[in-house]
Design a protein around this ligand. Sequence first.
Ligand SMILES: [Ca+2]
Ligand SMILES: [Ca+2]
Length: 148
Amino acid sequence: MHRTLIPLIFAVTGTLSAASDDRGARCDAALAKLKANHPEQFEKLDTDHDGAVNADELHAALERREASFKQHHPDLFAAVDGDGDGNLSKDEVVAARQARAERMKTEHPKAFDRVDRNDDGKVGAGEAARARRHRQTHAQARGPKGGD
Ligand SMILES: [Ca+2]
Ligand SMILES: [Ca+2]
């Protein structure tokens, strides 16, 4: 289960940071895509049901995800929450992603090479998102009884 939760937190945190960097342009694009591809997830974000997800709704969603992650996976949450203040900062999420990439590089070097498309030895937010989409596409193609 935590395999899906962590990318979700990365996704939401990435969306929030994109909103502050690019004045919401990338955020709007990501939300439009979510609405088109996963309307049920979009509806969960759009808590006032006005057909748009504003910054407050995004923050609320992030807090709900964090709270649920903390409740269901306290050990994983503690591992990501580097300073132990009970909140996940952007830096902590980035650090956790890098730690995960380092582990993958050691344990599954071939898979890492596929994810690290620009060969800089790191997994950037874009590369992580691409890998996630790739996994989802393959999981759907394989169906529920697929192999590894
Ligand atoms: Ca809304
Ligand atoms: Ca923290």
